[in-house]
Design a protein around this ligand. Structure first.
Ligand code: HEC
Length: 141
């Protein structure tokens, strides 16, 4: 019986401190909003150039280079050949990001590309943008 009482008391305290903590956060957020309105109007969106640069860093950090060279065919096609094959459109960025995550075969030969299930859609799209930029093409809508 005593144990039950202690338990109820603990839950009560935890509940109380959670709600009071929550309201404090809200106040802080309002302050931050007011401040950012005062400082700048809009948060800066990443430009395509930023995304391409991030994509290059992601490709460099991943295992892509074991099979892809920027300009020479190794196991997979050179990334410049991939860029030449596809137009730099949003649809192709999404399509190639899907290939990077799920793997694929048949577009360049019989050797399949291994899937990369741990890469997020957003990161895979940046990688695809980097690959598609290699023939000097600029992104289209
Ligand atoms: C195990 C070797 C291997 C690795 C690792 C690899 N690829 Fe590939 N990749 C291939 C092969 C083989 C193909 C050709 C597949 C085909 O014929 O459709 C390919 C195709 C591609 C294509 C073109 C897809 C198409 O349908 O035309 C892109 C883009 C690509 N890879 C990007 C990447 C990126 C980015 C990474 C790193 C995250 C990567 N690859 C890692 C072997 C690999």
């Amino acid at each position: 019986m005593k144990k039950l009482f202690v338990l109820i008391a603990l839950v009560g305290i935890a509940g109380f401190s959670l709600t009071s903590c929550g309201s404090k956060k809200e106040e802080k957020k309002e302050e931050a909003d007011a401040y950012s309105d005062y400082e700048t109007a809009e948060p800066k969106a990443a430009t395509p150039e930023d995304q391409i640069a991030q994509g290059q860093a992601l490709v460099d950090a991943s295992d892509c280079k074991t099979c892809h060279h920027p300009t020479n065919k190794i196991v997979g096609p050179s990334h410049t050949d991939v860029a030449k094959k596809y137009e730099f459109t949003k649809a192709n960025v999404t399509m190639l990001a899907g290939k990077i995550i799920n793997g694929g075969s048949g577009n360049w030969g019989e050797i399949p590309m291994s899937p990369h299930a741990d890469i997020s859609q957003a990161d895979a799209e940046k990688m695809a943008m980097y690959v598609l930029s290699l023939d000097g093409e600029k992104p289209k809508d």
